[in-house]
Write a protein that binds this ligand. Sequence first.
Ligand SMILES: Cc1cc2nc3c(=O)[nH]c(=O)nc-3n(C[C@H](O)[C@H](O)[C@H](O)COP(=O)(O)OP(=O)(O)OC[C@H]3O[C@@H](n4cnc5c(N)ncnc54)[C@H](O)[C@@H]3O)c2cc1C
Length: 248
Amino acid sequence: MTAPVIRRVRHELKRRDLTVRQTERLTPNMLRITLEGPELADFASGSFDDHLKVFIPQKEGDPQMRDYTPRRFDNDAQQLVIDFADHGEGPAASWARNAKEGDALKIGGPRGSRIIEGDIAHWVLIGDESALPAIGRKVEELPAGVTATVIAAVPSADDIQTFDTSADVSVTWVYRPFDQATDAAPFVDAIETLDLPENTFVWIATEAGVAKTLREKMLERGHPLTWLKAAGYWVSGQAESSIKDLDA
Ligand SMILES: Cc1cc2nc3c(=O)[nH]c(=O)nc-3n(C[C@H](O)[C@H](O)[C@H](O)COP(=O)(O)OP(=O)(O)OC[C@H]3O[C@@H](n4cnc5c(N)ncnc54)[C@H](O)[C@@H]3O)c2cc1C
């Protein structure tokens, strides 16, 4: 089996001034914000795990920057959807909780995409709330004939999301409160019985410590490193912190 390659695509780095078009509490702990603006006509995002910066205005001083996934975008309609996990206190989560139609939000990027390409027959996508937007986007982009297994952690069954897809996807939801999001155990239990057929690409994005543990567990199971990508989408106890590629 030939290992997948990660093709890097650069995008012109642009900042865009957008306006909130719609806010929706998608599930009890996930806020969906639809942004719009003519500057989205040439917005580009080539991979499900791209990220952009949101610039959260502060009462005093510079805006706070945080990383978010372009969940969905439409150049013709000039709209961009971002899903914010309502994890508690933090400038981005608090902004999303209070956002209303007409509010302004500046975004920057994505500055590039790292597109995972190859003869991938099966995807395993493992993540917490912060990764659900990327997982949802990937599942929706998968073509017919491909299979995927998702393991996603959320606080409760009320946070289950449904995804439209042509692929054959099975989803295992793992329940634990936000304050236990740094515990890898619920994921470890779920991955122990995971089927890993040939040509399976495993993608992991959770809290950084959890991601490290899960990456190790996959390697212990004999899964090749070239068929694995793991990221810490946030770091417990640290604001504005991530490890975007645990192997970089
Ligand atoms: C490539 C990439 C893509 C991402 N895409 C998304 C996305 O689409 N949607 C999304 O919701 N998040 C996403 N994240 C995660 C997001 O950037 C962080 O959760 C970010 O820290 C949130 O900012 P904040 O201002 O709300 O909290 P911060 O001020 O950064 O953090 C405040 C406190 O909250 C804790 N914390 C931060 N995030 C979480 C969390 N998810 N659960 C529990 N505790 C947390 C921190 O450890 C800290 O103690 C992504 C991260 C990366 C690296």
